[in-house]
Design a protein around this ligand. Structure first.
Ligand code: NAD
Length: 497
């Protein structure tokens, strides 16, 4: 048997059925820990995408979903959360196999996913409209939050389950139907999730998955005329293509994109705590995190002390097999991502950056795509490594003199996703939190997430927010209903009063 035949053969989930692509096309997913193919997925073409969107549209119009009251929708979401909790170990192993993320990270993240479904389950029947205090005494008006229709959710490879949950749970809570397109590099958990969707009791067609690449499958989905809302998480290039596609169907859009987030360490910070926060920010998930704290800005007075403490801890990071619970850093998710990290580090060094630690492929047994945790010291915020997203385990570090200087450097970026501020000065916390241009500010912590906390970016980091109390409203449209309460008949519109 050839390798390809021995791979796990996944199918797509359309209208409650397990299907191959119409033309039988497939692609392989590689395990980043050994560079070997381990699973094969259908490569959806336009006809498959059309079948999925039609199924979602039919489900949206089907009374089995359309007339299901909001409390019942909430119960289905709660059931799905329970099923994810019961299957977290299996899902975490699959995700680690697929994208190379440490099992300790995928277990933690997927173990927390049910909370997102419970949170939005609770919101389903609290989407209250308003009665309007009108300036017309013979009218009564009220508003309702209506679902939009078919939602296309485009997911990247770094946290497939998490980035699906933050779209799927609010979209379903609001009464929409969904077509998910996971990344070509990490589709397994999203396809597996469909077994749980079915088991939870969602009607056929309410949730569908098409697998394939961005340029064809993703493009066909995001320009489909029946799609009313697109939730995209990924890089800037894909985002621009999706925005253009949405000109075809005028679908509403949210874009969760990348970042070059600063971690700002003031001279009154708890240095040990800041080192831990910085490591969590840039070396967790091997730096393949949208909120990676990749720019370290450190005040002159503590620069040497901080860098020395950081170097000591980074030198002891255990790089290894993602399935080994003792590993602290795993591989890059794809070979091109590894090559990109190598190119970006080489370019920074050519521009005068100083290599403090790492800068090489890590030697781990096998052919996996491992890269060392890397620290580069730079003197200019214009060095490309301070401006461009690496999406790898590379921290660049730079000195600042005072608060004004820190703020200038922090905001001198096309991105604005997240920022960390490390200080014991409460007044400064408020000044900096207000002035730093980013959608998420973490003070004396980093990477804290919750279903209650909205995530999203300023500037080139995107628009729209995911999670949080308003997350569900972003999947609705407002309807205003006017009722004439006058006992008099309506007057002839051409008679002046
Ligand atoms: P990517 O843009 O290459 O792919 C993301 C998804 O978009 C994939 O499913 C891909 O197939 C699809 N896609 C690509 N081109 C498309 C097109 N023309 N039309 C429709 N779909 C298309 O991103 P990636 O490499 O998978 O993920 C890394 C990027 O995602 C980084 O920039 C990272 O910062 C960002 N990200 C952002 C967040 C956030 O919440 N802000 C979270 C995770 C990742």
């Amino acid at each position: 048997m050839s390798i390809t035949q021995s791979l796990k053969q996944y199918q797509m989930f359309i209208n409650g059925q397990w299907l191959d692509a119409h033309d039988g096309g497939r692609f392989d997913s590689l395990n980043p820990a050994n560079a070997q193919p381990w699973a094969s997925f259908p490569h959806a073409q336009e006809a498959d995408v059309d079948a999925a969107v039609q199924a979602a549209q039919n489900a949206f119009e089907n009374p089995a979903w359309r007339n299901l009251h909001a409390t019942a929708r909430g119960k289905l979401l709660r059931k799905l959360g329970d099923l994810i909790a019961a299957n977290k170990q299996r899902l975490a192993q699959l995700e680690s196999n697929d994208n190379g993320k440490l099992i300790r990270e995928t277990l933690g993240q997927i173990g927390y996913m049910p909370e997102f479904f419970y949170y939005y389950a609770g919101q389903a029947d609290k989407l209250e409209g308003q009665t309007l205090p009108l300036d017309k005494t013979d009218m009564f008006a009220y508003t309702t939050h209506e679902p939009l229709g078919v939602v296309a959710a485009i997911i990247p490879w770094n946290s497939p389950m998490y980035l699906t949950a933050v779209k799927l749970a609010p979209a379903l809570a609001a009464g929409n139907t969904v077509v998910l397109k996971p990344s070509e590099h990490a589709s397994a958990t999203i396809v597996e999730l469909m077994h749980l969707v079915k088991q939870a009791g969602f009607p056929d067609g309410v949730v569908n998955v098409v697998t394939g690449f961005g340029a064809d499958t993703g493009s066909a989905l995001t320009k489909h005329p029946l799609v009313r809302r697109i939730a995209f998480t990924g890089g800037g290039q894909g985002a621009k293509a999706v925005v253009k596609n949405s000109a075809e169907n005028l679908a509403q859009l949210s874009l969760e994109l990348g970042g070059k987030s600063p971690n700002i360490i003031f001279d009154d910070a708890d240095i040990g705590s800041a080192v831990n926060g910085v490591i969590a920010g840039i070396f967790a998930a091997s730096g393949q995190s949208c909120v990676a704290g990749s720019r370290l800005l450190v005040q002159n007075a503590v620069y040497d002390e901080f860098l020395s403490a950081l170097k000591t801890r980074v030198a002891s990071i255990v790089i290894g097999d993602p399935m080994d619970p003792s590993s602290e850093m795993g591989p890059m998710a794809t070979q091109p991502q590894l090559a990109l990290v190598e190119r970006m580090v080489a370019s920074a060094l050519a521009q005068g950056a100083q290599l403090i630690h790492g800068g090489q492929r890590a030697s781990v047994a096998g052919d996996g795509w491992y890269y060392e945790p890397t620290i580069l010291a730079v003197e200019s915020n214009q060095c490309s490594i301070m401006q461009e997203e690496v999406f790898g385990p590379v921290a660049s570090i730079m000195r600042f003199s005072d608060e004004a200087h820190a703020l200038t450097l922090a905001n001198d970026s096309e991105f604005g996703l997240a920022a960390g501020i490390w200080t014991r000065d409460n007044a400064r916390v408020h000044r900096m939190s207000k002035a730093v241009q980013a959608g998420i500010i973490w003070v004396n912590t980093y990477r804290a997430v919750s279903p209650m906390g909205a995530i999203g970016g300023f500037k080139a980091s995107g628009y729209g927010r995911e999670s949080g109390i308003d997350g569900v409203k972003d999947y609705t449209q407002l309807k205003t209903v006017w009722i004439n309460t006058s006992s008099e008949p309506m007057v002839d519109p051409f008679t002046m009063r």
